[in-house]
Design a protein around this ligand. Structure first.
Ligand code: HEM
Length: 453
């Protein structure tokens, strides 16, 4: 922010200028060549000054200078996409720390995990935080998908961003799954065995795919090296790249709002003479608090809110309004994973033993719903056709669902179908995770819990 005492002159007749002879250590510091080479222009507390700050700062530049005020509301997005981004950052930082102490070798991996506990400064805590962040990231990304679906935010012009999001979901699952094997204990070995067995059921290519993934007939040194390379190099790069495009497109597509074919934000409703703006109940194209509803001209899709539904006074500066909220949520996420890491340690069972199958051998929790399905149906159906069908249908959803409405009362079929699939997936996961014991028999979780995280 600008110190008013130093603002004395004007530039272009538009902007105040900083006093060339500053007083005080802070002001002097900001006038040194070093400071000004880093922060390239005066920090002026004016619309133009703030815009310039945003454009010239690599971090602020990710954000738009202004956002529609509704974006500030928590229930607009529940900040789930942002929380997933924070979790990914925590995973990168903690993962790099762990890499200093881990070798992907079947003879030393397990010992390295033990040493994290005993010999490495904060080793166990960092491992715990890494593991909790990974679990939470899977959960948060799924919740983000669910939120985007119910908001109808995958519709024109965001169809492709939804597809990119599906790519991010697959990468996130692959990330978690490849990491699961690295401790090389009984839990990781058998969870990954159950998961990778599914690949063998793929028609025609099952054998080739399984060989490619495992590097041999069963999980061994080649598998560990492959999973490690995927986990620390291929998947982080892929996720970072797709995420960059995903976030860039969020900006370019504008921020989604409800728009219905016959609903409040439908073109018909907002363009007929005398129509009212559903957000304000004011007549469209009329004065609202002294500002007029406008259509902004520019290279922007006419369907995006930027083009259609923004009022001239509807936007607020990203800094400080949105950024302060992001900092608070980010700190909250860090505090949460730290607290979980302190309270619950990541498990380490006995060293992996291919000849001793634990009972029950469960897949990681996010695949345990599939394992439950497998116990009822043919592996080809439950392990391949159903998950592939759901994934492909979800990918194509924005192109299949031609209904432009975004509010639930005008998209009852899509909401009912999606909710049914979601309910089945959650039920199967809960049964598989909590109600299954040795021999995949039914157990009550309050008698004994076989859930391993
Ligand atoms: C690593 C995983 C992901 C990350 C880090 C991520 C990040 C983000 C962020 C930061 C936003 C903007 C704010 C927000 O809506 O929360 C966003 C929006 C969006 N995401 Fe994701 N996302 C991920 C996965 C997904 C998935 C799985 C989908 C759906 C298949 C998806 C679809 C979308 C769409 C369509 C938007 C625009 C929503 C709107 O404008 O309201 N994303 N994402």
């Amino acid at each position: 922010m600008n110190d008013p005492s130093t603002v004395t002159t004007t530039r272009d007749g538009l902007e105040p200028e900083i006093d060339p002879v500053p007083k005080g250590v802070w002001q002097r510091l900001r006038h040194t060549e070093v400071w000004q080479s880093v922060f390239r222009h005066p920090q002026l507390d004016t619309p133009r000054g703030r815009a310039l700050q945003s454009f010239s700062n690599v971090f602020l530049h990710v954000y738009p200078v202004k956002v529609p005020s509704r974006v500030l509301r928590l229930r607009y997005s529940w900040r789930l996409g942002y929380i997933a981004t924070v979790l990914f950052t925590i995973l990168l930082v903690t993962g790099i720390y762990l890499m200093f102490f881990y070798t992907p070798s079947v003879t030393s991996a397990y010992g390295d995990m033990q040493e994290l506990r005993t010999d490495v400064g904060f080793g166990q805590l960092i491992r715990n935080v890494h593991r909790w962040s990974a679990h939470l990231m899977v959960l948060v990304v799924v919740l983000h998908l669910v939120r985007v679906f119910y908001a109808g935010a995958y519709k024109r012009p965001r169809q492709f961003n939804w597809v990119l999001g599906m790519g991010l979901l697959v990468i996130t699952l692959a990330f978690s799954f490849t990491g699961y094997l690295l401790p090389w204990d009984q839990l990781s070995y058998w969870a990954v065995t159950v998961g990778t067995n599914l690949v063998g059921y793929v028609p025609v290519f099952g054998g080739i795919l399984s060989d490619l993934l495992l590097g041999g007939p069963q999980i061994g040194q080649a598998t560990l090296r492959r999973f490690y390379t995927l986990h620390v190099a291929v998947l982080p790069l892929a996720l970072a790249l797709v995420l960059m495009i995903h976030i860039w497109r969020v900006r370019k597509d504008g921020f989604a709002v409800h728009r219905g074919s016959s609903g409040a934000f439908s073109e018909e409703a907002t363009q007929r003479p005398g129509a009212t703006d559903p957000a304000t109940d004011q007549p469209v194209d009329m004065e609202v608090d002294g500002t007029k509803r406008v259509r902004l001209l520019g290279v922007v899709d006419r369907e995006s809110v930027t083009a259609e539904e923004r009022l001239t006074d509807d936007s607020v500066f990203t800094w400080p309004h949105l950024l302060v909220r992001h900092v608070v949520v980010g700190l909250g996420v860090v505090a949460t994973v730290l607290a979980l890491g302190v309270a619950f340690s990541a498990p380490l069972r006995s060293i992996a033993n291919p000849n001793l199958t634990p009972e029950p051998a469960k897949a990681p929790w996010y695949f345990v719903g599939l394992q439950e399905l497998l116990s009822h149906f043919d592996p080809l159906v439950a392990g391949i056709l159903v998950p592939a069908g759901v994934l492909i249908t979800l990918m194509l959803l924005p192109y299949v669902d031609r209904n432009p409405a975004t509010e639930s009362r005008n998209r009852k079929f899509a909401i009912a179908a999606f909710s049914a699939v979601l309910l089945i997936a959650v039920t199967l996961t809960v049964i598989g995770a909590l109600f299954r014991g040795p021999g995949w028999t039914f157990v009550a979780p309050w008698d004994h819990s076989y859930l391993e995280l």
